[in-house]
Write a new protein. Structure first.
Length: 349
C-alpha cells in the first residue's frame, strides 16, 4: 500500500482463476455462464477479463445490460455474451451489431427486438424468459404459448435465433424452487411442442447451481461464487475463496479509539457500527463511521500507518464481505459493489 492513506482493494488474479475452475468442475456437465453484472461485482470488468485471459475454456458471459456486454465483447470477440435486462432501441441496435445475445421477457420487448432485427438484416440471438414465480420480468405461464408462437414465427422468418429458455429462482425455499423448476419444464415442453429446440436451458444462479444439481439445466449463471462471495448465512465453500481484500491504514491514534482511512464516501455502509475488522492486535469493533474515516476500538502499540483489514483472507475480523453484509441484512456483493472509485484497485497474482 506504500505511503498512501487511500483504502485499497487488492484483487487476486490467481484466486479468481482457481474459483472459476472449481465452479466449472462442480457444475459439470452443465456449462458456466460467468455473470459480470455491476462491473464484475465491483472487481472491474476489464481487470476480471484480463485476469482470466489464459482460460481458454471460459467462453460464455452474462452481462446483465448491453453496455456491460459491449465492454466484455471488446476483450472477448468470440465469446457468447448474454444481456438480459430490457434495453432501449439504441442499445438493441448496438447489441445486434456486436452479436450479443438478448434475454426476452415481455411481448413488447420481443416485438421491438424483432423490428430492429428486421430493419438491420441481422438475426437476433435470444433467450426466452418464463416467469416461474419470482415476478422479476418474464412471461406469465398462461401467456407463454402465444408468446412462443410469436417468437417461433419470427424465427421462421429469419429475424430470431432462439438459443435458450431461462428464468430466475426466488431461492426462498426448496419447495418453491421445486415448483419453479416444474413450471420451467412445462415451458420447455411448450417450446418443443412448437418445434423449437433451444441449446441453452438455464434456471439457476450461484446458490442453487451449487446446492441443487437436479435444478441445473445445460447452463448455470454464476457470478458471486466465482468471485469468492458466499451466500448470506451460507457456509464458506471448499475450494472457493474471496478474490478481493479491502485494506486501510491507521490515520490517527487518540483517546477513545483509532481512526482508519475508510468511511462512507468510500462506500462503507455507515450502519456497520459494531462489525469487527482485523488489526495487528486482532479483531476490533467499529464504533463510528464518518465520511472519510472510521473509528475502531484501540489497541496497545497502535500507530499511524498500521494496516487494518476490512475484509478478505486473513482479515481476523468479520473475514469476508458477506460476514459484514450479514450485519445489515444484505448480501456480500452489495458491500463490494458499493465501493466507490475513491478506493484504489490494486491487482495481485
Amino acid at each position: 500500500m506504500g505511503g498512501l492513506i487511500t483504502p485499497v482493494l487488492e484483487l487476486s488474479a490467481s484466486q479468481l482463476a482457481q474459483n472459476v475452475a472449481a465452479v466449472r468442475a462442480h457444475i459439470a456437465p452443465a456449462k458456466l455462464m460467468f455473470a459480470m453484472k455491476d462491473d464484475a461485482y465491483g472487481h472491474g470488468i476489464e481487470w476480471t477479463l484480463d485476469a482470466l485471459a489464459d482460460d481458454t475454456v471460459l467462453d460464455s458471459f452474462g452481462s446483465f445490460d448491453v453496455q456491460t456486454g459491449l465492454r466484455i465483447r471488446s476483450r472477448r470477440p468470440q465469446a457468447r455474451v448474454f444481456a438480459w435486462t430490457i434495453s432501449d432501441d439504441e442499445e438493441i441496435a448496438a447489441a445486434l451489431d456486436a452479436a450479443l445475445e438478448l434475454g426476452i421477457g415481455s411481448v413488447e420487448y420481443l416485438e421491438r427486438v424483432v423490428r430492429m432485427a428486421r430493419a438491420s438484416g441481422n438475426s437476433a440471438v435470444v433467450h426466452l424468459k418464463i416467469d416461474t414465480g419470482l415476478h422479476r420480468n418474464g412471461i406469465r405461464p398462461e401467456d407463454w404459448p402465444a408468446f412462443v408462437s410469436t417468437a417461433a414465427d419470427a424465427q421462421r422468418a429469419g429475424h430470431l435465433d432462439i438459443a435458450g429458455i431461462w428464468s430466475h429462482l426466488a431461492e426462498a425455499s426448496d419447495r418453491e424452487d421445486d415448483d419453479a423448476a416444474a413450471q420451467f419444464r412445462v415451458a420447455l415442453d411448450e417450446l418443443h411442442r412448437q418445434g423449437i429446440e433451444p441449446v441453452d436451458t438455464h434456471l439457476t444462479a450461484s446458490a442453487a447451481s451449487w446446492w441443487r444439481p437436479e435444478l441445473r439445466g445445460t447452463v448455470c449463471r454464476i457470478g458471486a461464487f466465482c468471485y469468492g462471495i458466499r451466500s448470506a448465512d451460507g457456509p464458506q465453500i471448499p475450494g472457493i475463496h474471496p478474490v478481493a481484500t479491502l485494506r486501510a491504514r491507521v490515520l490517527d491514534v487518540r483517546d477513545g479509539g483509532v481512526d482508519v482511512g475508510i468511511g462512507a464516501l468510500h462506500g462503507l455502509p455507515s450502519t456497520l457500527r459494531g462489525a469487527t475488522i482485523g488489526t495487528p492486535a486482532g479483531p476490533r469493533a467499529i464504533t463510528e463511521i464518518s465520511d472519510d474515516r472510521s473509528t475502531v476500538m484501540g489497541w496497545a502499540g497502535a500507530a499511524a500507518g498500521d494496516v487494518v483489514n476490512i475484509f478478505g483472507p486473513g482479515a481476523q475480523g468479520e473475514g469476508d464481505a458477506t460476514a459484514l453484509a450479514e450485519h445489515i441484512d444484505t448480501v456480500g456483493e452489495e458491500i463490494l459493489t458499493r465501493l466507490t472509485p475513491a478506493v484504489r484497485r490494486v491487482a495481485t497474482r
